[in-house]
Design a protein around this ligand. Sequence first.
Ligand code: SF4
Ligand code: SF4
Length: 173
Amino acid sequence: MLNTPQNDAGLLDEVKEACKDIFKCMQCGVCSGSCPSGRHTSLNIRKLVRKAAKNSNILQDEELWMCTTCYNCQERCPRNIDIVDAMLKIRAIAAHEGIMHPEHITVSELLLEYGHAVPIDEENRKRRIKLGLNELPETVHKYPEELEEVKILLDSCEFNRVVDKKDEKSGET
Ligand code: SF4
Ligand code: SF4
């Protein structure tokens, strides 16, 4: 379950503004046909963004969090609609309202604690070696002394406060 959204007209206007280019869409279906996530989930990014552009409140829509941001759809759109960027703006608005999908909250908390969304484990180390990669990626895994700098950066963009906000919201009744 996602956290409770706010029914705020100003917020909906922000979402609508982020999605206004969708009205240039000629309904060719290239975006949904190119979407790897759409093959396994209910995600239809064109419909989702169009719904938002028409002022529907989609902040609590689970589809918002099904996109992997691979950008297939945006790169192939013949009308050059920045459809993923629009969706990401909506996600940012939702996150600032304390609305995040549980898996995204988990990943955000890992990032805040370890400076890495996917902490490395023995299995991943072995897989990397098998693929001919260095055992550790060029991140805080390899340079743990840089973790404090990553935390300072996250703090400077108030990322921790956005993630913490979901706790405030889930505490509301
Ligand atoms: S690819 Fe672009 S023009 Fe085609 S349906 Fe998707 S958003 Fe519309
Ligand atoms: S960016 Fe998202 S919506 Fe677009 S093709 Fe990739 S998973 Fe699908």
